[in-house]
Design a protein around this ligand. Sequence first.
Ligand SMILES: [Cu+2]
Length: 390
Amino acid sequence: MTVFLVIIVLALLAVTGWQISKIFQLSQRPDADTSQVANDKDNRLNGILMLAFVIFLYVITIYCFWEYGRFYLPEAASEHGGEYDTLMFISIALIMVVQIITQGLLHFFAFKYKGKKTNKALFYADNDKLEFIWTIIPVIVLAGLIIYGLFTWSDIMNINEEEDPMVIELYAYQFDWRARYSGEDNTLGKANVRFIEGVNQLGVDESDSYAMDDKVVTELHLPVGRPVVFKLRSQDVLHSAYFPFFRAQMNVVPGMITQFGFTPTITTEEMRESEYMVDKVKSVNEERNERNKELIAQGEPTLDTYEFDYFLLCNKICGQAHYNMQMKIIVESEEDFNAWLEEQPTFGSTMEDQNKDAEEPADAQEPASGEGEQETENAPQEDDAVAAVD
Ligand SMILES: [Cu+2]
């Protein structure tokens, strides 16, 4: 209904405008210039507008750089990130310089050579030399950029197996991530959606001996300076693993395994201490404090203090809760990483626990069920599995 009313109002406004223009035309003096052909005055006005427009473009560009430059990502936290940033910078710088010069000339010429009654345009059919110059220069520059881009791309995408990268699976589903470490053998056990049951959320093949030492976790820890290769798998729809601070992104496609490898170079702690991050955290917390004052006045719970962490995000709109599909990443020293990994249960032991629970006679479980409830509260799938095995 509202849309209908808006359309009617707009239509009436258009009719009003048209009528006013008619009245305006009729009210003009009989000796006024009513010709549809542009005269010198029109040409001068259009020339000035052309020049004003390009000046406006430049002013707004400079303003945006000055005002929003702080939203640029800081130094890359991965080894290849520097190469990526250089490629990006060279491409942008080149395009910007060319665009500023050509756009400026285009508008300046429109102003300088604006139409004049006394002037006559020169008939200039073609010039082979000029055409050759303006064809060959872009060809060389673009070919250079493309070749440089291709080399950088293959540098980043080719995984050097000699460096013995640590293999980690990233498993995406609506709307969360799981990571699976490949254990001591550095080989992931086979997996298939058909095996998804109970605690085996990732569908890891229990009969595969490589799978027993795999470790499934909800938080991604990475040792600094160690090459990692991520094998990406999706349970349901198309997702995209996005690590902005590491300058990495790869689609996660159902039915196939994609991969991306990189070496993290800056730990979470180091990134928190960097000048960029200290400033950013400070400004976020200032905003939160302001907001908290309002929330306290309204008697609502306040916002937590912000602390920086790396995150793995989903960068494909994959459904309702896509915006919140993220997994914390902690980059730490090799020792801290090893200590953390040591504590995580292996897939083998998790399955053993589940099978043990299932085998236990029902009456033996009953007396303890009151206390046991808390444990299974967060894992409804576990209950289903027990029921299914029974
Ligand atoms: Cu997603």
